[in-house]
Design a binder for this molecule. Structure first.
Ligand code: C2E
Ligand code: MG
Ligand code: MG
Length: 606
């Protein structure tokens, strides 16, 4: 079904209805969040929640999901569920600022709403009411009725902010604006696309800004994709913006790019998948305003005055960092007699310091720390670093924050890692699997298990046994690229690898070949040459035990059927048994993507 084209599939109403019912029953909805940014200060105003159905299904996109819900008379149930999921995720992710929530207009007049469903939920989650902005579309793709003033007033009286979404996409936008008096108006992306090259679009946006100004309503430009569009909107004084250029919708959105720092030549790049346990320089990036080498020192001084907590200001040339200006040096210069009068009009380049560490936001924290300690011995340790995305300035980080974060991670990792191999143990493995299922990601799980380990331990002693486990841990870590895959050690001789790369089979084959080559070091010569040794089994019968080998059981979990790591673990164990039935080193893939269990079929809808 997954591989079928949407058109073929959509003809089949029954299948669509079943999938929709299953999504609603098991709450398989995944909100993503897109930042909305202040185009003047670079601050994040908040995030818009956008819903996704399970990945790799025809109901992944909200358009198809809501249309299916309309066809099957499930719109209201779906809508309430979307709201619940979005609010819960927003609360657990701890996102800053406001939450912009899309609401289908016709729902406003249903009894569910009169009874304060949303307010109650917010209270349970500890989110203040004024952080919520209800987005109403003037021409909602799914629904054209029900946007009444009374219903909107009801929301407003409860303390929510109101936004009109997609202004300009329908016919009645201005009428709605005048009637509803929203707090925000979002300009449809039609007017943003190519605005730098279209004077008519600029005129429309200018008029919208003027009306907004008179009615005390804030304007948000949607769908900003290019640097040129951004700059045009900034020049026109549009206050807020949203779009792929500033930040893509994501389950755990990165800090948005600072619109003041984005310069021509910036390219939006896709980032490599990374384990939830690997943190990068991005977590350190704080959006500190930047200056250019030609700016005057009084402007730097003003930034320091407004931000007493920062020790330096970044200097950019065409969006790329070239150095910093330090607070202490500026103060020293200004505090000399007539210092301020003499120097405040001088260019920033006069105090520019180039000896600052510049790192890409994808650099793992450990590596950043290494770069700092590797600096010349004679040089004073730097207190700050400049963080870039594809060469362009993203933010500044402090060495203090870096050390703090690394210490926290070390403590957490030590608590949850296997003491023998220092690989992540079952808690982080399970967390990782659940995170992948949540994202409805495409991944393979490989369970590595040693055949005959018990007899090896008995024959050679536990200390040699531990050495074998360490060797396998090292082997896995060497062959597995952590940027795409994840290695964990459950305990004993059980290891788990989560593969997001497609070449999992080739990687497993190479690991087995390496293990086979290293096996000679684990045995006395006579045992190795004989291909094993004799030992007694549990019943006291003497049996020949062949050399150690690895059984790899692989599964490909179906993210919209497996709800947690428990089911994935069950599948992996089944596959591992299959691999153990083969002789020697073996890889076995379990063709079942999900084990049917009678109790699941009967589970009441949640
Ligand atoms: P919307 O509320 O106008 O959301 C903005 C849409 O524009 C989103 O599409 C977003 O991914 C997309 N977008 C953002 N920046 C850019 C950009 O720079 N370029 C382009 N080309 N697109 C951009 P998405 O997520 O597919 O959502 C489509 C619509 O589905 C939303 O339009 C909204 O009306 C509706 N929707 C999404 N989630 C929910 C929900 O939970 N409840 C309701 N009632 N409607 C929802
Ligand atoms: Mg919206
Ligand atoms: Mg919109």
């Amino acid at each position: 079904m997954v591989a079928q084209r949407f058109e073929d599939w959509a003809d089949n109403g029954q299948v669509e209805g079943d999938l929709l019912a299953e999504i609603i029953r098991n709450q398989r909805l995944f909100p993503v969040f897109q930042p909305i940014v202040d185009l003047r200060s670079g601050e994040c105003l908040g995030h818009e929640a956008l819903i996704r159905g399970p990945e790799n299904t025809p109901l992944h996109a909200p358009y198809h999901l809501f249309n299916a819900a309309i066809r099957h008379q499930q719109l209201h149930r779906l809508e309430l569920l979307c709201r619940r999921c979005s609010l819960q995720r927003f609360a657990t992710a701890g996102l800053p600022g406001k939450l912009f929530l899309n609401v289908s207009a016709s729902l406003l007049s249903t009894p569910d709403h009169q009874h304060g469903f949303t307010a109650e939920l917010l209270q349970q989650l500890g989110i203040p009411l004024e952080r919520l902005v209800i987005e109403l579309s003037e021409q909602h793709p799914f629904d054209h009725h029900g946007l009444t003033r009374a219903a909107v007033e009801h929301y407003r009286e409860m303390g929510f902010n109101i936004a009109i979404d997609d202004l300009g996409s329908g016919y009645s936008g201005l009428k709605l604006w005048s009637e509803l008096r929203p707090d925000y108006v979002k300009i449809d992306m039609h007017f943003v696309r190519g605005i730098d090259q279209d004077s008519v679009k600029r005129e429309f946006v200018r008029s919208i800004c003027n009306i907004g100004h008179s009615l005390h309503c804030q304007i948000i430009a949607e769908g900003i994709e290019t640097v040129e569009e951004l700059h045009t909107l900034q020049e026109m004084g549009v206050r807020y913006g949203q779009g792929f250029l500033l930040g893509r919708p994501d389950a755990a959105p990165a800090i948005p790019l600072d619109p003041l720092a984005i310069r021509k030549g910036y390219v939006d790049g896709s980032r490599a998948w990374r384990s939830v346990n690997t943190e990068t320089a991005q977590v350190l990036a704080r959006p500190i305003p930047a200056v250019a080498p030609d700016d005057r020192l009084c402007e730097v001084s003003e930034i320091f005055r407004q931000m007493p907590q920062i020790g330096s200001v970044p200097v950019l040339l065409d969006g790329e960092p070239v150095g910093i200006v330090r607070r202490a040096e500026l103060l020293e210069l200004f505090s000399a007699q007539y210092g301020r009068a003499l120097y405040e009009q001088k260019p920033v380049s006069r105090l520019l310091r180039q000896e600052v560490l510049i790192v890409d936001c994808d650099t793992p924290l450990e590596q950043v720390s290494q770069l700092i300690t590797e600096q010349d011995e004679g040089q004073a340790i730097q207190q700050e670093l400049l963080i870039t995305l594809e060469g362009c300035y993203l933010g500044m980080g402090s060495v203090r924050d870096l050390l703090k974060r690394i210490t926290e991670l070390k403590i957490r990792n030590a608590r949850y890692s296997n003491p023998l191999t220092l690989l992540p143990g079952s808690v982080p493995i399970n967390r990782e699997i659940d995170a992948l299922l949540q994202k409805a990601a495409d991944f393979h799980v490989a369970h590595f298990d040693l055949n005959g380990f018990k007899y090896y331990n008995e024959r050679y002693g536990y200390s040699r046994g531990d050495q074998v486990l360490r060797q396998i841990g090292g082997l896995l870590a060497r062959h597995i690229d952590p940027a795409h895959n994840f290695v964990g050690h459950v305990g004993g001789d059980d290891f788990i690898v989560l593969f997001r790369s497609r070449d999992w089979y080739e990687i497993c084959t190479r690991i087995l070949a390496d293990f086979e080559a290293q096996r000679v070091e684990l045995y006395k010569t006579q045992h190795f040459e004989a291909g094993g040794f004799r030992s007694r089994d549990a019943t006291g019968t003497e049996r020949f035990q062949p050399l150690l080998s690895i059984a790899v059981g692989v599964v490909y979990p179906d993210p919209y059927k497996c709800t947690s790591h428990h089911e994935v673990a069950e599948l992996a164990l089944e596959a591992s048994r299959g691999a153990k039935r083969c002789d020697g080193n073996a890889i076995f893939e379990n063709p079942e993507r999900f084990l049917r269990q009678p109790w699941r079929e009967q589970a009441p809808p949640r």
